[in-house]
Design a protein around this ligand. Sequence first.
Ligand code: AQP
Length: 331
Amino acid sequence: MTRVFSGIKPTGHLTLGNYLGAMRRWAEVDQHRSEALFCVVDLHALTVDHDPARVRRLSRQAATLLLASGLDPERCTVFVQSHVDEHARLSYLLECVATDGEMRRMIQYKEKAAREQRRGGSVRLSLLTYPVLMAADILAYGTDEVPVGDDQTQHVELSRDLAVRFNQRYGHTFVVPRATHPKVAARVMNLQDPASKMGKSDDSGPGIVYLLDEPEVVRKKVMRAVTDSGRDVVYDRQERPGVANLLEILAACEGKDPEDLSGAYASYGALKKDTAEAVVEVLRPVQARHRELCADPAQVEAVLRAGAEKAREMARPTVDAAYRAIGLLPA
Ligand code: AQP
């Protein structure tokens, strides 16, 4: 059976981008057709300046939202990365295979390092090395497929490169994974700045729809989305990025094609109105389930405990094999 792994980092409140680009597919497709693991990758949230209490709070919220979005612990494994030591154990070995040059070429490193410096902060070493930890997250489980948004393509490529390199040097140990992306909304853009991805660690603002935004807030944000100078509704990501973004969001919510939808609208206003309502409807059941789960935090904790135990058992044989293959004495 295909093995699937993916994660979400508690660096902010989860967004519509996270949902349409990743989480929804995990719940609707991946957990039904594969042996799937989904993880709150909390160690990755420590790579930038952070408030410990906030990371704890956001980790709990992310786990709750994963379940609220439809992940079923009977069908898949849901857990928190730091509860499973194998991730960090394997990460060090992979650092011994990765090179300084390939880490510095990571686009997200360049962007985030520049952002930290603009904010007057220092760049943590972990910001440079976290793609290796991400590779460990993936490779520890013998993962075949990594369902992610577009922005993670380079990181999954690195995982592939490290797996191939390790296998060539030390003998076959890792499955070589591949990224999979949704057909539409693989990169949901910021509603106020359609040149930038809707990212949860961006400074909060009217361009980001959060999964827990009230319907009225969602409507306001979508109605105020930046559109383009033209008047007609055409699907053109290069020339009309604002309208294309709305068409993709609407298409993803309704399971349609953005190009087909463009022909159905004569004005930006009508497109925005339908998009706002479609987003409100997609978020409604997630928010309702989230409220129920918040009333029973012990249930979420029990899922995470059981998930970590299962994940540990799944990861340990591969990580132990990697330790032996690279030349370390068995304990
Ligand atoms: N805008 C997006 N459109 C489509 N997919 C997205 N994802 C994130 N944003 C979008 C996908 O959601 C999964 C989890 O994302 P993440 O937690 O790794 O990253 P993030 O939400 O993008 O959070 P940050 O803190 O703002 O991270 P950076 O700055 O690293 O991008 C992934 O599958 C991701 O592709």
